[in-house]
Design a protein around this ligand. Sequence first.
Ligand SMILES: Cc1cc2nc3c(=O)[nH]c(=O)nc-3n(C[C@H](O)[C@H](O)[C@H](O)COP(=O)(O)OP(=O)(O)OC[C@H]3O[C@@H](n4cnc5c(N)ncnc54)[C@H](O)[C@@H]3O)c2cc1C
Length: 419
Amino acid sequence: MSKYLILGASAAGISAARAIREQDGGGEITVISKDERVYSRCMLHYIIGGQRSEDETRFIEDDFFEQHNIRWLPGREAVKLDSAGKKVQLSDGETHRYDQLLIATGASSVLPPVENLGRGKQVRSLRNLEDARDIIRLSGGTDTVAVIGAGLVGMDAACALAQRGVKVTVVEVAGHILPLQLDQRAAASYERLCKKHNMEFIFNDMVASVVLDEDDNVQGLKLKSGGTVPCGMVVVAAGVKPNIDFLRDTPVDTGRGIKVNEQQQTSVAGIYAAGDVCESLESFTGQVMPTPVWPSAVRQGWVAGSNMAGRPVRLEDNFAFQNSMTFFGLSSVSFGTINPPGESFRVLVDDRGDAGYKKVILQDGRIKGAILQGDISAAGILGALVKKGINISGLENRVFELSYADFFAQKENGEFYFK
Ligand SMILES: Cc1cc2nc3c(=O)[nH]c(=O)nc-3n(C[C@H](O)[C@H](O)[C@H](O)COP(=O)(O)OP(=O)(O)OC[C@H]3O[C@@H](n4cnc5c(N)ncnc54)[C@H](O)[C@@H]3O)c2cc1C
């Protein structure tokens, strides 16, 4: 009987556990997680904003572990890997042996090198349930919060805090919010909406230091431009790093994350990695990089688990550059390239002001990227065209009205395929 050990009980770890059990009904599966609960990180801001309870962020059935005969050991951390002896040591001193190991330990927030950032008593990031609880508690003690970074996590935190009634100032080094997800035009719609909800933005600037009182309580921020932002709390959303400390002095190869092949195997036989902890071949760009989005983690976990249990599968459709978001009731999706990277790209735009915005970026008849805001009903078809690289030559003049019927054909056996 095979012994499977999974480190991490989130998108990648849970998906792998399901895949293993599907394939191997009798294998012994143990899942270990630092987290005490299973929850979706993508929903942490809903807890802060008051839209969901902690229980409502659980993404597995209540009896998931019993139903699948999986042993779950929460609240424990892997601290050392002995790959030659095939065992993992945990923070509680226990050692667990494995035949196949999956590392799905995700990532942690990083604090940029800003003076006093690590000292301030009211400085937090948003990655874990404990962070969300802390943010709720600490924001109750102030009426002004600063958020460093206007990426998706920063904006999730900022909008959730605004919904709690505090004034929020967001400091971003780029010229607009969500610079990796949206162009300036689409970002501007959100900036206008946010300003109506007691939020402010400072762009093209960086935080130089956090101003603290003699007890290390946060008083405000000093900016590189010389400006200041008075605030009683800071939320830092300036990127993540993979949780790989316990792999120090092991032969597991790492770069910007654990290196894996298309089966999610690491450089060591019998050890796999999946999700935010690893770097993998990203399908839009064809480059190896971290792909820190939930669907990628689920897919990679499934690929890893399948291979661990003896079903050979390869990672495909590993798209990091696809995003959907809703802030203050306005929804957007984006895929692939959001700004034309060169002159060989053509841009088609349908801009209806507050009523909606659509943009497609084409190269050689193929859609390389798209943004939809407001009416996002074309997300399915545009996303499929981008991902499958389908040539739409001749249909450019109605690119925003395309439907699957424009591209689908049916085989004699009834199966549909893209023309
Ligand atoms: C606020 C926020 C909003 C987000 N919104 C979106 C979104 O809208 N869409 C989207 O696609 N993605 C979003 N993401 C990203 C998404 O949550 C991650 O890509 C996803 O959670 C990665 O899953 P994972 O399983 O790789 O790792 P994680 O979710 O990071 O989980 C890691 C697991 O490993 C455990 N662990 C860590 N270290 C150890 C250790 N040493 N030993 C044992 N266990 C350990 C943890 O307890 C946890 O169970 C968001 C993230 C955040 C923080």
